[in-house]
Design a binder for this molecule. Structure first.
Ligand code: CDT
Length: 307
């Protein structure tokens, strides 16, 4: 019997700095209810889904920075989301800024239909820079505000399948998908915040949406797994961000795609066994991978061309 999981990708439109957590949580709950009406068992929200994308600003005061972080999950402001999800018997993936003692992470959690937290993922690939770069129209200070991941890439048995999590910039790196597919990932959940404009490489701007689809579709196909990519999109604090949320089959083909840049739900009924024909033929890892020739992947960080 096919293992089917009905998944909703709950794209968010912009969250402005003045928007309260309570307002944002109400938007998430509205999407959750819509997802329930469409038969979803799992809803995927974006990266840093509770606030504006604050790494765009240089800040020095700890208290000012910490306002964007959650000291507990659920906390008083997110409890209504957990309560409603449990009432509706829907699970969810949520990206948020996590405060853990004196550490700060860009994190995502996976919550089961009974409201229990299945797992936490802390972002591995933190893009951008750590110091103020005033020449940029806006900053990208993830390397300043977030600590290095201590979780790495893991997968969990949940929702009747094997589920992995990643966040935004992770989707551009083939290692992200491969490390999880080597653990049997059948579906990878991935929220993102991607400005259309990349200050160090403005010549890439026109390709932002194309690259978004390219990397997630390649990740799905080359690893025989579903990829659910979900944006926070639209004009946030005068910074335009891409949409392009999509649910991608193990074939690499998107089966559902967002059309706008606001709050939008797209849904697909995913056969978790659909990756088997890829994993047992072209991408039969045990048969065809040649890890003895891949040593540089982990032993070397930057490219070193021959003399
Ligand atoms: N949030 C995040 O990781 N965004 C990055 C922007 C890259 S430009 C520094 C991304 O890869 O989409």
């Amino acid at each position: 019997m096919a293992r089917r999981l009905t998944v909703g990708a709950a794209q968010l439109g912009p969250i402005q700095r003045k928007d309260s957590r309570a307002q944002v949580v109400q938007r998430l709950i509205a999407l959750l209810r819509r997802a329930h009406g469409m038969g979803c068992e799992l809803v995927v929200f974006p990266e840093l889904a509770l606030t504006t994308f604050f790494p765009r600003w240089f800040m020095t005061e700890r208290a000012e920075i910490d306002r964007f972080f959650e000291a507990s999950m659920p906390g008083p402001e997110t409890q209504p989301l957990f309560d409603e999800a449990r009432r509706l018997r829907i699970g969810f993936y949520l990206g948020y800024a996590e405060m853990a003692g004196d550490k700060r992470y860009n994190s995502a959690i996976l919550v089961e239909r009974d409201g229990s937290i299945v797992g936490t993922y802390r972002k591995v690939h933190l893009p951008g820079h750590a110091e103020h770069e005033p020449w940029r129209r806006f900053q990208h200070l993830e390397k300043r505000y977030f600590d290095e991941s201590d979780t790495g890439f893991k997968v969990w048995r949940a929702f009747g399948g094997i589920i992995g999590m990643a966040l935004c910039n992770d989707r551009r790196w083939p290692e992200t998908y491969r490390v999880m597919s080597l653990q049997g990932a059948e579906m990878i959940l991935l929220g993102y915040n991607t400005p259309v404009h990349n200050p160090p490489a403005p010549d890439h701007d026109a390709l932002s949406l194309y690259h978004n689809g390219l990397v997630m579709q390649a990740g799905a196909y080359q690893n025989g797994c579903w990829v659910v990519g979900v944006a926070k999109a639209g004009n946030e604090e005068d910074v335009p961000m891409i949409g392009g949320s999509q649910i991608i089959a193990p074939s690499g083909l998107p089966v559902a795609q967002a059309t706008g840049e606001g709050d939008e739900l797209i849904v697909a009924c995913c056969d978790l066994d659909a990756g088997l024909s890829y994993k047992s033929t072209t991408f039969n890892f045990a048969r065809h991978r040649m890890p003895q020739h891949y040593g540089l992947i982990t032993s070397r960080k930057g490219a070193e061309p021959p003399p």
